[in-house]
Design a protein. Structure first.
Ligand SMILES: Cc1ncc(C[n+]2csc(CCOP(=O)(O)OP(=O)(O)O)c2C)c(N)n1
Ligand SMILES: Cc1ncc(C[n+]2csc(CCOP(=O)(O)OP(=O)(O)O)c2C)c(N)n1
Ligand SMILES: [Mg+2]
Ligand SMILES: [Mg+2]
Lengths: 325, 399, 325, 399
C-alpha cells in the first residue's frame, strides 16, 4: 500500500468519490485549476471537468446555500471552506438550514448529500484567523454530523463515509498535520463508519480522549506517562456528533479516570459535553475529577501559540495530577 | 480588467438615474389591453385556471383570517393584493420546475394542485401534515408538487435555488427553478450570494421578487435607497424585468419569457413584480400603526383579481354568475375542509425524534425512551389534545 | 414602585439609557415607528428621533456589522435582532469581529459599546424558527459577554449594565415571559453587576441552576420538592459568560448535588460546561451525578413543544432521582 | 411602489449592457495629460508626497518579500501594481478621516505617517507591535493615524465602515470613512449589507474597490458575471465611478470629489479602481499555476509609479537623480529598521490574556496562573525566542 500524507488522502477520497459517482460535485474558493490553497482538490478539475469541480465567488454563505440546493436536488455536494475560521458567514445556512432541512419538511426533502470540508486548528503560526477549532459550535446543532480524522488512513475512509452519508456532515481537517501525518492508505474505495470511536491504545489507569491533531499530543503524553508506569487508554473520537459515549464510558468504567483534550477554548468546548455525559454515566467509577486540557479562553494568539495550545506536556501534567488525585 | 468599459476623460459619477427600468404593463386599470401592448398567447383554459386560482386564494385567505380570529388556527398570513404576482408567474412555468418560495406564495402551491385538505393539514398541524406538525402554520411544502418546504429564515432559499437549478442543469433535466422572495428579504446577504452565484455559474433559475412596499412595518424607503430590486440584477449580469404586479398579463408574459430565457441561455433571470401588501403582515400584525388607510385604499382600487375579471368578461370567457358560483363553491370547500381536518389527531409523538437524521441515532432514541417514561408518570399533563386548537400561540402578538 | 412586566422593563432600560447618554443609538428591524414586533422599543423613535432609533434593512449581518462600526467610533449601539433564531446570519460579525476586536488591535480599538438584544426561547408555539435558545454558541466565544434576565427587575438592571459595559454583550430576552413576568421596577437608573449569579432561594439538599424563563420551572419544581421534604437551593446565573462558578461551586459544596436546566438541546448546551467545571471543583463533595434537564437533541418542534421542553415536572423528577441516587 | 419607474408596453429585459460605466483616465500610458482631460488641482508638495509614498511601498514590498524568503518574516503580501489605486485615493482624504482597509493597502498607512520601524514591529510581532504580536504579519493598525486594525475575514469592514461613518455624522465631525476592499471580497454578503445600509442610512463613507483581476487564483470572470463592481452601486442608489487604477491623477481626482460628495450629501460613494495584482497573492502563493506570464507582462508595462514619474519629470517637479537617491534612501531606511526591530523581544507573556475583555475576568487570570506554573516546570520548552524569526509558518505554503 502506498504511503501518503493526510492531505493526499483527502485528495484521494475526493477522487474516488467523484470517479465512482457522477453526482459528486466539488466547489469552493480556489479549488478549481489551482487545486485549493492547500491543494486538497488538486487535479480534480482536470479530471472531472469544470462543471463538477469549480471555483466559487468568495461567499461562504453562498457556497453552503448553493450546496444545500444542489444536495436537495439530488447531487452530492462537497463544499470546501478555505479555512474553518471563515465558516461563520455560512453559519445560518449550516445551522438553520442544512441541519433542519429534513426535519422541517417531514422528510419530504433533505440535503443529506452535503459535506462541508474545511481545514482547522492551530500550529501553523496563523494567529486569530487561520487557527480556530470551531467544532463545538456545530456539535450543539442537532441534524449535523461532525467528523474529524487524525491520520491519513482515517481521512480517506471517513471522508468517503461522510460524502455518502445520508445526513449533512461537517468534516474538519487538521491542517497542522496535513503533510506531517503519513501512513499507508489503500488506493481503493473504503469507508470507516461514522459515530464510532477508535480505541487506539489500550490501557488500564486513565483514559485520554481527543480528535484531530490533538491525538498526537495525547499519544506522546501517554508515552511519557508510561515511563512513570501509568498506562493510558487513548481514544480517538473521530466522529464528534453523534459521538460514541458507549466506548468512552466503557473505558472510563475500566480506568476510573478521564482527560479530554482539544485546541478550542475551554469554556463551552466539546470537552465539557464529554465530561458531563461521562460523569452522568460513570459517576461511581470515577476516582478523580474528569479533566480538560484545552485552549485558553482567548482568541487564538500568534506569538504565544505554543503557550496557548494544549500540548503533550500539559496533557502529561494533567495525567499525573489525575492519577495522584 | 473589464474590457467592456470605455475610457472617458470626464470625471462624472454614474447615478441611479442613469439606469431606469420601466414597468411592463399590458392591461390598463380597467382590464383593457393598453394601446401598443401585445396580448400574450394564452388559451382560455389557462386563463381560467389562473383566475380561479386567484379567486380561490382570496377566499382561502379571508376564511383562514377569520378562523385565526376564532382561535381555530394559531397563525396565518395572507397574499391579498399580490395574487397576480404569484399566480401570473407560476403559470408561466411547468409543473416539473422546482418552486422555492418565501411564505406569501400559497397561490403558487394551489396552482400546482394543493388541495384544501392539504392546506388545512398543515395549518392545523394534524397527522396528515406533510411537515409532521413541526413548523408553524403557512410553512407548506410538497414533494409531489415540486414545492420546496418553506423555512422562516428569510432569503436562505435564494442561494439554494441557484444550487438546485445548477443540479437540474447538470442532471440534464429540461427544468428550471423559480425562486420567490420579498423586497425585505432582498436585503439579506444571502440575496447577494445567491444572485451572484446563479449568474457566474450559469444556473437556470428565475427569481421573482415581490416588491410589495413593506417588510412588516418597514417601508421600502427604509429598506433601500435604490430604485427597487431589478436594477441590482444588472450589476450581477442578470437579465431583469420589472412588471406591474397587479397586471396578470404582464406578469404572465414576463414569466413565460423568463423561463424560456433561463433554460435557453442557462442563466438566471429576475422579475420584479410591483404590487402592494394589502393586508397586515400576518395575523400578529396591525398595520394601522405604521401606514395610513388612504394608501391602502389607493391600492385596494387596483385589485388584480378584479382587473383580470374585467378582461375575462370582455373576452366573453367568464360571467358574473360563474364568478359568484365559484366563490360560493370555494367558500364551502374550504370551510368543509377546515371542519373535517381539524377533527384529525396530531401526528404521533414518535415524530418528535424522526428525521433529525435519516436514522435516529442512539442518543435520540434514549432521550425518547426517557420522555415516554416521564410522560407515563404524568399522562394528563402532556400530549396534544386531539383537537389542535389547543396550540394557541403568543405569536398572535408578534410576527 | 410601579409594577411592570419584563418587556416594559426592557423598554424602560432603553429609555433610561438613551435619556442619560446621547451616544446611545438603537437600531434593528421594525424598531422605529412600530416599536419592534414585541414593542420593546415603543416610543423611543418618537422621543429621541429617527437618527437615534431607526429601522434597518433586513440584514442581521449588516445590523451587527454596522453596530460594531458605530461602537468603534464611540457610539453606544444597541442592536435588536428580531428573534434569536435569526441571529445566525450575524454569527461571523459577532464571533469573528465583535468578540476579537479589542484583542486583535492590542486595545487600540474596541467595540465595547455594542449590545445585541434579542428575544429567545420557546413556549409560544413558534416551532423551529421562533423558539431557539442559542446562548451556548456565544458562551464558547471569548471576548463576548452573555446575559439573560429572568425577572422584570433584572431585565432593566442587567440591560443598563450591559449597555454601559465596556465589552460587547449579547442580551437574550426570554420572550415567553415578556408579559407574564411582572414585578416592581424602579423608574430610576440602576444597574445589576454582570458576572454575578443570584442565589434566589437558599437550600440544603440540592442546587438547581438555570437562567431566563427556565427559572420559573426551577422555582416550581423546588416548591414541589419541598413538599417531599427536599430543600433546594435555586441559583439564577443571570450572566452566562463570564459565569459565576464561585457561587455555584460554593452551593454545590454545601448541598452535594446539582441540576442544571436549559431549553437548548442537551448536547453541547451550556449545562455541559457548568457540569464539567463544577465537577472539577467539587468532585469530593458530590453525592450524586450532576444532572442536566434540557431540550431534546432535535430542532425545536411545534406540536410537541410541551413534551420537548424541560419543564418543572422533568426538573422535579430529576431532583428525586438525584436525591435518591 | 417606485414612482421613478415609467410604464412600458414592451416586454423587454434590461441587460447588463444597458448600463456601462466608463473608466476615467487623465494620464495616458506615457504620463501625458489626455486630450480632453482636466488635470486635477494638485500642488507640488502633494504630488511629491504621493510619488514618494508609492516609491516607498515598492521598496518596502521588495525588501519584505526578500526578508520573507530569508526566513526573517513568516508571511508577507505586496501591493505591487496597485500603488496608485491606494495612494491616489488616500491622498484625496483628510488625516482625521477613518481608514478601514482590507490588507493590501499598506501604502495608505504609510501615507498617514506609519514609520518603517512601525511596519517592522508589526511584521516581526515584537514588543512594540501595536497589535501586541497577536495577528499575522500585515495586520497593521494605528489608532493615532485613524487606521483601523486589519482583520483577516474578508468584507467584514464594509458594514462596519457604514456604521463608523454614521457615528461620525451624528457626532458632528467633519470627517468621513474610507473603506477599501477587493473584487473578491465584494462577493461576500457583508458587501451587500454594508452598501445597502450605507445608502439607506445616509452614511458619509467612500468605498474604494480595488478591482485587480484576481482573488488569490480566481479571476474576476469566475467571481462575477457582471461588469465589475461599480454598476452594483447604481442598484443601491450610490453614486459610483470607475477609474483607471494605474493613473494616479484619475484616482486622486475621483477621490477628492468623492470625499466632497460624501460629506456634502451625507451619502456613500463608490470608486472602482481598475488595476492588476502584479505579484503573487501573498508569499504563500505562486501565480504561475493559474495565469500566464504574458498577462503579467502586459500589466508590468502599465506600472503606475513609472507613469506618474513621467508626469512629474515632464512637469519639472522631479529628476532621475532624485529618484535614484530616494530609492536608495528608502532601501537603507527599511533594512536598518528591519535589522534593529528584529532584535527586539516579543511582547510580554501577560499579553496572552489582556484585551480579551477590558479587564481580564477571574477565569482568565486563573488560566494564566496555571500557565505560568506549567511553564515554570518546562522553562526551556516555552516562550518565544527573543529573536522572532523562530515564528516560521506553515502558512508559507498557503494563504
Ligand atoms: C433572517 C430573518 N430575519 C428576520 C425575519 C423576521 N421577518 C419575517 S417576515 C419579515 C419581513 C419580510 O418582508 P418581505 O421580504 O418584503 O416580504 P413580505 O412580507 O412583504 O411578503 C421579517 C423581518 C426572518 N423571518 N428571517
Ligand atoms: C471570509 C473569508 N473567506 C476567505 C478568505 C481567504 N482569502 C484571503 S484573501 C482572499 C482573496 C481576496 O481577493 P480580493 O478581495 O480580490 O483582494 P486581493 O487579494 O485581490 O487584493 C481570500 C479568498 C478570507 N480571508 N476571509
Ligand atoms: Mg415586502
Ligand atoms: Mg482582487
Amino acid at each position: 500500500m502506498p504511503q501518503i500524507n493526510l492531505l493526499q488522502a483527502v485528495n484521494s477520497a475526493l477522487d474516488t468519490a467523484m470517479a465512482h459517482d457522477p453526482r459528486v460535485i466539488c466547489l469552493g474558493q480556489d479549488i478549481g485549476q489551482f487545486g485549493g490553497v492547500f491543494r486538497a482538490t488538486s487535479k480534480l478539475q482536470e479530471k472531472y471537468g469544470k462543471q463538477r469541480c469549480f471555483n466559487t465567488p468568495i461567499t461562504e454563505q453562498g457556497i453552503v446555500g448553493f450546496s444545500i440546493g444542489l444536495a436537495a436536488q439530488g447531487s452530492i455536494a462537497v463544499a470546501e471552506i478555505q479555512f474553518a475560521d471563515y465558516i461563520f458567514p455560512a453559519f445560518d445556512q449550516i445551522v438553520n438550514e442544512a441541519a433542519k432541512f429534513r426535519y422541517r419538511s417531514g422528510d419530504q426533502f433533505n440535503c443529506g448529500g452535503l459535506t462541508i470540508r474545511t481545514p482547522y486548528g492551530g500550529g501553523i503560526a496563523g494567529g486569530l484567523y487561520h487557527s480556530q477549532s470551531p467544532e463545538a459550535y456545530f456539535c450543539h446543532t442537532p441534524g449535523l454530523k461532525v467528523v474529524i480524522p487524525s491520520t491519513a488512513y482515517q481521512a480517506k475512509g471517513l471522508l468517503l463515509s461522510a460524502i455518502r452519508d445520508p445526513d449533512p456532515v461537517i468534516f474538519f481537517e487538521p491542517k497542522a498535520i496535513y503533510r506531517a501525518e503519513v501512513g499507508e492508505v489503500p488506493d481503493d474505495d473504503y469507508e470507516i463508519p461514522l459515530g464510532v470511536a477508535e480505541v487506539v491504545t489500550e490501557g488500564a489507569d486513565i483514559t485520554l480522549v481527543g480528535w484531530g491533531a490533538q491525538m498526537h499530543q495525547l499519544h506522546r503524553a501517554a508515552k511519557m506517562a508510561l515511563q512513570d508506569g501509568i498506562s493510558c487508554e487513548v481514544i480517538d473520537l473521530r466522529t464528534l456528533l453523534p459521538w460514541d459515549l458507549e466506548t468512552v464510558a466503557a473505558s472510563v468504567n475500566k480506568t476510573g479516570r478521564l482527560i479530554i483534550s482539544h485546541e478550542a477554548p475551554r469554556t463551552g468546548g466539546f470537552a465539557g459535553e464529554i465530561s458531563a455525559a461521562v460523569q452522568e454515566q460513570c459517576f461511581l467509577s470515577l476516582e478523580s475529577p474528569i479533566m480538560r486540557v484545552a485552549g485558553m479562553d482567548t482568541p487564538f494568539p500568534l506569538v504565544f501559540e505554543k503557550e496557548y495550545l494544549p500540548d503533550y506536556l500539559k496533557v502529561y501534567e494533567a495525567i499525573k495530577q489525575s492519577v495522584n488525585f | 480588467m473589464t474590457a467592456k468599459s470605455k475610457q472617458t476623460d470626464v470625471l462624472r459619477f454614474t447615478e441611479t438615474t442613469d439606469l431606469t427600468i420601466p414597468t411592463l404593463r399590458i392591461l390598463d386599470a380597467d382590464g383593457k389591453l393598453r394601446k401598443n401592448a401585445h396580448e400574450p398567447v394564452i388559451d382560455k383554459a389557462t386563463a381560467l385556471k389562473i383566475y380561479e386560482n386567484m379567486a380561490y386564494i382570496r377566499v382561502l385567505d379571508e376564511r383562514m383570517l377569520a378562523a385565526q380570529r376564532q382561535g381555530r388556527l394559531s397563525f396565518y398570513l395572507t397574499c391579498t393584493g399580490e395574487e397576480a404576482s404569484v399566480v401570473g408567474s407560476i403559470a408561466g412555468f411547468k409543473s416539473h420546475d422546482m418552486v422555492m418560495s418565501q411564505y406569501r406564495e400559497q397561490a403558487a402551491l394551489r396552482y400546482r394542485g394543493f388541495s384544501s385538505e392539504q392546506f388545512m393539514n398543515q395549518l392545523l398541524s394534524n397527522d396528515l401534515d406533510f411537515g409532521k406538525g413541526r413548523q408553524m402554520p403557512i410553512h407548506y411544502g410538497s414533494h409531489e408538487l415540486n414545492y420546496m418546504t418553506i423555512s422562516s429564515p428569510l432569503a436562505t432559499q435564494i442561494p439554494q435555488a441557484a444550487g438546485y437549478a445548477y443540479g437540474q442543469k447538470l442532471a440534464g433535466k429540461d427544468a428550471c427553478t423559480i425562486c420567490y422572495f420579498g423586497d425585505g428579504a432582498a436585503s439579506e446577504g444571502d440575496f447577494h450570494a445567491g444572485l451572484n452565484m446563479a449568474a457566474v455559474s450559469n444556473c437556470p433559475v428565475v427569481f421573482v421578487v415581490r416588491n410589495n412596499g413593506y417588510a412588516i412595518s418597514t417601508p421600502t424607503s427604509e429598506q433601500f435607497a435604490g430604485d427597487g430590486i431589478a436594477p441590482r440584477g444588472i450589476g450581477y449580469g442578470i437579465s431583469s424585468i420589472r412588471v406591474d404586479g397587479n397586471d396578470i398579463l404582464a406578469v404572465y408574459a414576463a414569466s413565460v419569457e423568463a423561463r424560456r430565457l433561463a433554460l435557453q441561455t442557462n442563466a438566471p433571470v429576475i422579475i420584479e413584480t410591483m404590487s402592494y401588501r394589502l393586508g397586515a403582515h400576518s395575523t400578529s400584525d396591525d398595520p394601522s400603526s405604521y401606514r395610513n388607510a388612504d394608501e391602502e385604499e389607493i391600492w385596494r382600487q387596483k385589485d388584480p383579481i378584479l382587473r383580470m375579471k374585467k378582461w375575462l368578461l370582455d373576452k366573453g370567457w367568464w360571467s358574473d354568475q360563474q364568478d359568484h358560483q365559484l366563490k360560493t363553491q370555494y367558500k364551502k370547500e374550504i370551510l368543509d375542509a377546515l371542519k373535517s381536518q381539524e377533527k384529525r389527531p396530531s401526528p404521533p409523538l414518535s415524530d418528535l425524534i424522526t428525521d433529525v437524521y435519516k436514522t435516529p441515532p442512539l442518543h435520540l432514541r434514549q432521550q425518547y425512551t426517557e420522555l415516554l417514561n416521564h410522560i407515563a408518570k404524568y399522562p394528563d399533563h402532556y400530549l396534544p389534545n386531539p383537537n389542535n386548537s389547543g396550540h394557541q400561540s403568543a405569536l398572535t402578538q408578534v410576527n
